[in-house]
Design a protein around this ligand. Structure first.
Ligand SMILES: [Zn+2]
Length: 198
């Protein structure tokens, strides 16, 4: 049995049920940026969440970048990116295509509207790296490490710290290690892709 919404931990409950709708809305608008709130209008939990550019996301970007160098601008399935990856195991997670939240990756048929739709697209969608994504992977630009998400949409970014692509990968591997083997892997992947063609 699921827990009643009102007992969701840490979510604030509107203190004054006799207020106007306008006041209730303003209250939710403020509280969603703190610990979250139960919206008095629709009883839905409202909370802004931080979303970080993590190692997995950087690996995904690097893999789509490699594919993009073969045929610039082409969309690739995430299974193709997995094939050129040094970390195919990370492809169990949607985090490998989360670069789209920073506009570093783009999905073929537009941004998913709901969380369920987004889950599907992570499995089945086609993606390509954007010009901003290329610049990021080449360490020409930095990105905010943390975005703020509300209802699955980016509503803000925290500009400190900014991270480089190298920073994002350096948690586990140096850029040289990560990029160094790409030619070998890309050749392997190309061969596999060509074999798959009818
Ligand atoms: Zn509401």
């Amino acid at each position: 049995m699921s827990r009643p919404r009102q007992q969701r931990q840490g979510f604030a409950i509107f203190p004054n049920p006799h207020s106007s709708l306008q006041e209730a809305r303003e209250w939710t608008e403020q509280e969603k940026w703190k610990d979250g709130a139960i919206c008095p209008c629709c009883a839905q939990p409202a909370k802004v969440y931080p979303w970080k550019l993590i190692f997995r996301t950087a690996v995904g970007l690097r893999d789509f970048y490699r594919l993009d160098r073969l045929t610039p601008g082409r969309y690739w399935h995430r299974a193709d990116a997995m094939r050129v990856s040094t970390h195919p195991d990370l492809y169990q997670s949607g985090a490998v295509v989360m670069g789209h939240r920073w506009e570093l990756l783009e999905e073929k048929s537009g941004t998913p509207e709901s969380e369920a739709e987004e889950e599907d697209k992570f499995k089945d969608g086609f993606w390509r790296i954007t010009q901003l994504g290329r610049d990021f992977v080449e360490d020409k630009v930095k990105m905010p490490k943390t975005l703020l998400l509300y209802n699955n949409k980016v509503v803000g970014r925290i500009d400190h710290p900014l991270v480089s692509f190298s920073d994002s990968l350096s948690v586990k591997f140096s850029r040289k290690q990560m990029m160094g083997r790409s030619d070998v892997l890309v050749n392997l992947a190309l061969r596999t892709l060509q074999e798959k063609k009818p």
